[in-house]
Design a protein around this ligand. Sequence first.
Ligand SMILES: Nc1ncnc2c1ncn2[C@@H]1O[C@H](COP(=O)(O)OP(=O)(O)O)[C@@H](O)[C@H]1O
Ligand SMILES: [Mg+2]
Length: 328
Amino acid sequence: MSEKYSFPKIVEDLRSNYMTLRNRSNLCSPSGKLAYEVLSERVGGRVVESFWYEDEQDKAAFGTFVRLVDIPGSLSGDILRSRRNLPLIEGHFEINGDVIRQITNPPQPPNREEDSEDLTPILARIPEIEVDPSRHFTKKGRYRSEVGNLLKCQGGSCPGTPLSPHIIQLLGKSPVGELVFEKLDPRYLALDRFCSIAMYKKWILHIIAALKVLHSLGTVYRDLHIENLLFSRDGQTLVLTDLEGRWGRRSAPEIVLEDTLDSDWTEKSDIYDIGIVIKCIIYANIPMASEVEWPIPPPFDRIVEVCTRTNPAEQPELDELEAMLAET
Ligand SMILES: Nc1ncnc2c1ncn2[C@@H]1O[C@H](COP(=O)(O)OP(=O)(O)O)[C@@H](O)[C@H]1O
Ligand SMILES: [Mg+2]
């Protein structure tokens, strides 16, 4: 059987193995409680994952708190990798390696303050258009940076001329001042329908093309993840959306995990996120914890490996990545 022929079957098996592990793990629902807030922190060189679970009686209230220190090969590391389950302990607790400790005063869930900006001045530059819900997607803009980045990517005006077919175009504003875009397929409509080496290669090249334009404009995208990928109905075109460029992913190890805008995002952190997003595309999913082990089949294993190197200097530039894909 040729590799190309078997690729979709390999992916199908990987996805179903993961779902078996996930459904068995009591770190999250359905086997465990629903975590309505998960926070990753780096403490003393280790990643610490905190889970705030909802109260089973009172869904609006915070129920229990669990903190797991990621130490590979230990109880807490194994739980994060769905290899073992959380011990059945009442109340709040922490597992650091193999040591379990009850917590009496759990921290409150993070309180992310609303920090949206007044967009009136920048929206004055955007023409109003009539919205047709069958063709258009509307979004209430939150930050000036989103409108500014969108405009930059279409030559400074609206509708302007897109610099890349792989970056969403701002078509105008709605009568109530929302941003109006072409309606495309979100990931949950696309990822289950297409699975081939050729399609994934094409999508990764489209992500690279979009990032090249953003980087050339001096913008680090920051927020590369599958929820921000859109697809044409036939799957042949991937389009990057959500150009806020503000509160991004924090997966690259050099990025500060605290909620601060000054987090040292760089072009290389976008490249790290390419590796993560390829994994999510292949699994058509978002991992329940970033430690989850997702084997990646060839030829994408190599691409993921180079993108997610912990030393940014060892990660490829976008041009190199493009060349690597051309060779696969
Ligand atoms: N042009 C579009 N067509 C269809 N769905 C879209 C479009 N843009 C965004 N979406 C959907 O809406 C979600 C939120 O949009 P996004 O721009 O990412 O805003 P947020 O800042 O809330 O993440 C996306 O994850 C996607 O599912
Ligand atoms: Mg988004």
